[in-house]
Ligand binder design. Sequence first.
Ligand SMILES: Cc1ncc(COP(=O)(O)O)c(C=O)c1O
Length: 415
Amino acid sequence: MTEREYQTPCYIIDEEKLLKDFNMLKDSLEASWNHYRIGYSFKTNSLPWLVTFLKEKGVMAEVVSDDEYALARWLAFKESEIIYNGPVKERTSFERALLAGGIVNLDGRRELDWLEELCDSHPEREFSVGIRVNFNLERLCPGETTMGEEGGRFGFSYENGTFGRVVERLRRRERIHITGLHLHSSSKSRSVAIFEAISSMACRLKREFDLDLSYVDLGGGYCGGLPGRPQYPDYFPAIAAVLKEEFSPEQTALIVEPGISLLSSATTFETRVLDVRDIGEKRYLITDGSRFQLDPTMIKSSYLYHFKLASPKEGRRRMERQCISGYSCMEVDRIFELENGPELKEGDRIVYENVGGYTMSLAPLFIRYFPDVYVRTNGELQKVRKRWTPKEYVQNCKLYGGKDDDTGSKLRNPE
Ligand SMILES: Cc1ncc(COP(=O)(O)O)c(C=O)c1O
């Protein structure tokens, strides 16, 4: 398929780049802490092709809901290949995961109750669990964390004593073993210092509570593929240097849960200019992509992009300002102001780079449905997700006056 044969908008994943970034992660883990597991963060982008590509490379599934747990099972991850995190687990999958020997990191009081009841109802079984730690990372890395002084809302708080009480409570049952710590914390900086601080917290907890851990799970939050920012080989030697104060690779596995750092630099989003209009003094370009597909949380102030001009040989005058906007009817759907760029015309393409994480998974079904996704392998494109049509949109919907099993997907396409 040539460049002009595929329809925009679409995401394109470059397999070679993805593999290169994955190998960089693996090699740097191997060099620094050769006992490790990679749990791929489903929430970041659970496109089935991507998840099964990583599965084939030996990666575990890191999931944070019953739906994600079911998706991992659907895509043939064994229960023992799933890391179950987050505060909204469901009891049935929580119990299944524990009974099957998967990794479960506790994240709330109700899970302690469920665990004790499960332990009571299976008197012949031993149970291994991890605990999600909530701690004041801002104090260790001022100005770098996402929530600042207010702190995060996940896990059991070390500072107010809850973590200690959880350890005490679990130790009252002989058949429950605390075998892991989960320390994922979000930061704005994604710096090496953040991961050193998280690792030092793991050491401190081990010392203070005399823990015997088979894993330390540092979560995600790494940078990847951005010029001038840390890469995997910068993080893991620094992490290992801190962890070695209290842990050894022989006894304790390092678990990492990368998301955005693994995918983003391999993924682009390709859009096309549909219309050019002057309103007042301003030039607007309406494109077939949307800010909701590039920056669904509306926080970005700049993008990495390049153009593919429809007529590259034709000279283009430069324009002081052009507002690149999206297809939706919302006024906020303005993607960026192009300053001093070539005058863009209908049919020109704008290709956004570094867009693999938190774009496909957070994009809404607003006005247009999910776009195509392609994978580029050795220069060839294969479609790995077909764009949604009304057929997919109406699936599982009951129509007015319809019978229970009369879902919209059974309706004929009028064409
Ligand atoms: C528990 C957990 N692990 C991993 C990740 C992935 O983070 P990132 O995509 O920043 O690497 C997240 C993201 O929120 C998370 O909450």
